[in-house]
Unconditional design. Structure first.
Length: 446
């Protein structure tokens, strides 16, 4: 069986009939196909499969490593001798540090996508390894700040590289697969959590496992391609780009991200608080409900990806935001077990459906020379929105109660819907050809 060249460069050894191993066929439109409503709208090429598979590894590791701080919180806090209040401040500091992830995006618009992405991947893996083996609170804080910076950078750059490498008609679905890989990483962390209960320092094992992802770096460096769209050129500051007219897309998109994060972050983080302390559920029953209902809801990644490619980015985004809002509000305003399960499903379905639609639109709205930087700043606005949501929740919960607080934060999501409608439809845009036209125009002008 022969091998093929991909995008004019020597590629990985990929079967020349365009097939991957059979266990991957259901995700890539082979004869072992998923149901039509979960299948891609076009057939994946060899290069499409390769980029999804390799970035899927990156997303899985980022999802796993990024979730461990929250998953191991009860064990790490006691082991490090920190109070609950101190640990809350640690979480706030780490979240604030993640704003520095935009630095990788700025470099990516000047030096290419691949090396900054690999740098961020290395940072999150090394930070996890450091967390596992250095039992000092200060090192824990620094190491987890590095992990969070890496996770934020990987999330943005991975979507940019994916958008620039995938066939336009598969861009949304491919981003759904990327998000699914990240979700599997988070879920794997939950499945391995019993390891943390076996000894006082058992929680460090979970971080050590994340550190093993350093072993994948040679594979990724060899086979992960540089973006076809990227061409080195004179640097353009993002502020200058906004002044030249990109602000008409950036500010509505940033507003959408801000309002969604301000609602979703407290709504998701207070789920167990709602079930266990407000509704008096047993912890085991609460976890079971979340695992089943939210697990089923992750199908929104594939549904949202297909809908974004078939119907359009904008209508899919509006539908996803609306479904997520209905589910989120239903969970906090209803008490019945079945309604709660349905609400968790809808909230998760809407949130995961949003990932590929909004991710594709974000990549397509900005030119190649500032695409990664724009994505980084939109992510930072979302982080600020998340912090704002927690601050508002901290002020209101003790005064008006948790359900009313979540409902008030939900009003901002309505604004996000109207802001989405201000953005243009970008379905099917070929950003590689667009980049080539930009390069020719710049050359002619010089």
């Amino acid at each position: 069986m022969g091998t093929v060249e991909i995008n004019g460069r020597d590629g990985a050894d990929v079967p020349d009939d365009g097939r991957l191993p059979s266990f991957l066929h259901p995700l890539f439109g082979s004869r072992m196909a998923l149901p039509k409503f979960l299948s891609p709208t076009e057939t994946f090429t060899v290069s499409d499969r390769r980029i999804v598979f390799l970035l899927g590894i990156v997303a899985f590791v980022a999802g796993y490593a990024g979730a461990q701080m929250a998953h191991t919180l009860p064990f790490a806090r006691l082991s490090l001798g920190l109070t609950e209040g101190t640990m809350a401040l640690v979480f706030a500091g780490v979240r604030a540090a993640s704003l520095l992830g935009v630095g990788f995006s700025i470099v990516a618009d000047r030096a290419g996508r691949k090396l900054p992405l690999m740098g961020a991947y290395t940072l999150l893996a090394a930070g996890s390894l450091l967390t596992a083996f250095v039992p000092i609170p200060a090192v824990y804080i620094v190491a987890q700040s590095g992990v969070r910076i890496g996770v934020v950078a990987v999330a943005g750059l991975g979507l940019v590289l994916l958008a620039e490498e995938l066939t336009p008609g598969l861009r949304g679905y491919g981003m759904g697969l990327y998000g699914l890989a990240g979700s599997l990483g988070v879920g794997t962390g939950l499945l391995l959590l019993p390891l943390a209960e076996r000894a006082d320092e058992g929680w460090r094992i979970l971080f050590a496992l994340a550190g093993l992802s350093l072993l994948a770096i040679p594979l990724l460096l060899r086979f992960l391609p540089e973006s076809r769209a990227f061409r080195a050129g004179p640097a353009i500051s993002f502020v200058s780009a906004l002044r030249m007219g990109l602000g008409k897309h950036f500010w509505p998109l940033a507003g959408v991200s801000f309002f969604i994060a301000a609602f979703a972050s407290p709504a998701f983080d207070f789920v167990l608080e709602r079930l266990i302390n407000d509704l008096q559920w047993q912890a085991g029953a609460a976890r079971f409900l979340l695992i089943i209902a939210s697990g089923l809801g992750t199908v929104g990644l594939l549904v949202g990806g297909r809908a974004a490619d078939r119907i359009g980015r904008r209508p899919t985004t509006v539908a996803a935001i609306t479904i997520g809002l209905v589910g989120g509000l239903g969970f906090y305003l209803l008490d019945s077990g079945w309604f709660l399960a349905a609400s968790v499903f809808l909230a998760t379905f809407g949130a995961t459906m949003l990932t590929p639609a909004l991710g594709a639109m974000r990549a397509e709205l900005f030119p190649t020379r500032v695409r990664a930087t724009a994505a980084g700043w939109v992510t930072n606005v979302a982080i600020v929105g998340s912090i704002t949501g927690f601050v508002i929740a901290g002020v209101l919960i003790d005064r008006v109660g948790l359900p009313t607080t979540i409902a008030i934060l939900g009003s901002g999501v309505i604004a996000a819907v109207f802001l989405t409608l201000q953005l243009p439809e970008t379905k099917g845009m070929d950003i590689v050809k667009t980049r080539r036209r930009e390069s020719r125009t710049a050359s002619d002008a010089s």
